[in-house]
Design a protein around this ligand. Structure first.
Ligand code: GSH
Length: 214
């Protein structure tokens, strides 16, 4: 058995944060497929009892430890290996600040937008989509501005803040209906820098369940 198991599925940007981190640090890991779409596995009593009471993916298993929330998983792995680790208290707090902003405001809106556009039946109500799109545009502009100052979110090195924030941005532009990298030049260049890190893989290559069979 591999050292780490990650409960995940290909379409999940939240899970991609953890999968990408595991690959970038060269961990010995294997995916455990969560049948999110067809089986709604994450909502079953069994999953909530045995895997994650919050009913979510990702979940990282490392020996006797079971961790959920991608921000917690990223923090754990960076402390364990020293890789992509913010250095010192100020950087740690800065990374946490961007991870929370990401979870709530960046991918926190992009995830539901993409879900409602591609996977939900019926698809998202136009008024809801317009609301989310407004939030997405505003928050991506904040990230793009920040990346105008330095190659990575916290400076010259990639950290867990970058790995968190890029989570949904490698999925195809057609799934959003707009081209984030093409319209945000600093984000586009930053995504290429992360892509050049050894171990980078696309979410559809890294996690099981693509293409989606419904
Ligand atoms: N803040 C969490 C978000 C996790 C999350 O919402 N995951 C989605 C899959 S992408 C999920 O499992 N949702 C549960 C559901 O919709 O039933 C994290 O970063 O890990």
């Amino acid at each position: 058995m591999s050292e780490f198991q990650l409960y995940c599925f290909a379409q999940s940007g939240n899970a991609y944060r953890a999968a990408l981190m595991l690959n970038l640090i060269g961990a010995d890991w294997e995916p455990v497929f969560v049948d999110f779409f067809k089986g709604g596995e994450q909502r079953t009593p069994k999953y909530r009892t045995e895997v994650n009471e919050m009913g979510e993916a990702p979940v990282l298993v490392h020996g006797k430890k079971k961790l959920t929330q991608s921000g917690v998983i990223l923090t754990y792995l960076s402390k364990l290996t020293g890789q992509f680790k913010p250095q010192g208290e100020d950087e740690e707090l800065e990374a946490l600040r961007w991870i929370i902003f990401d979870n709530q405001k960046v991918n926190g809106f992009l995830g539901p937008y993409r879900f409602l556009k591609n996977f939900a039946k019926p698809a998202g109500d136009p008024a809801v989509m317009a609301f989310l799109k407004g939030r997405i545009d505003g928050n991506l502009a904040i990230v793009d501005k920040r990346l105008g100052n330095a190659p990575f979110m916290l400076g010259n090195r990639a950290t867990i803040a970058d790995i968190s924030l890029c989570a949904y941005l490698y999925y195809p532009a057609e799934e959003f209906g707009f081209d984030i990298a093409g319209t945000h030049k600093n984000i586009g260049a930053w995504l290429e820098r992360i892509k050049a890190l050894p171990g980078w893989k696309h979410p559809y290559e890294l996690m099981p369940g693509y293409p989606l069979q419904l």
